[in-house]
Ligand binder design. Structure first.
Ligand SMILES: [Zn+2]
Length: 69
């Protein structure tokens, strides 16, 4: 018996800062949405001096894209 599903370990999630509303070329990537959110929070704090609130995080999560490469 072989497994009928394919492990998608290559899947990467990414978030374009521009999509959030900043005029910024920044892109954060991670293997999970949580990872992307954590990096986005760091990026927002460091570059934009903005704190990601739970409300914003929920919105941002919807903007995270899935990419295969
Ligand atoms: Zn940015």
């Amino acid at each position: 018996m072989t497994q009928s599903f394919i492990q998608r370990s290559e899947v990467v999630f990414e978030l374009h800062c521009r999509d959030v509303g900043f005029d910024c070329p920044g892109v954060v990537r991670g293997q999970t949405k949580e990872e992307v959110l954590r990096q986005a929070a760091e990026h927002a704090a460091r570059v934009h001096e903005t704190k990601i609130t739970p409300e914003v995080a929920a919105k941002v999560e919807g903007l995270i894209r899935e990419t295969g490469s």
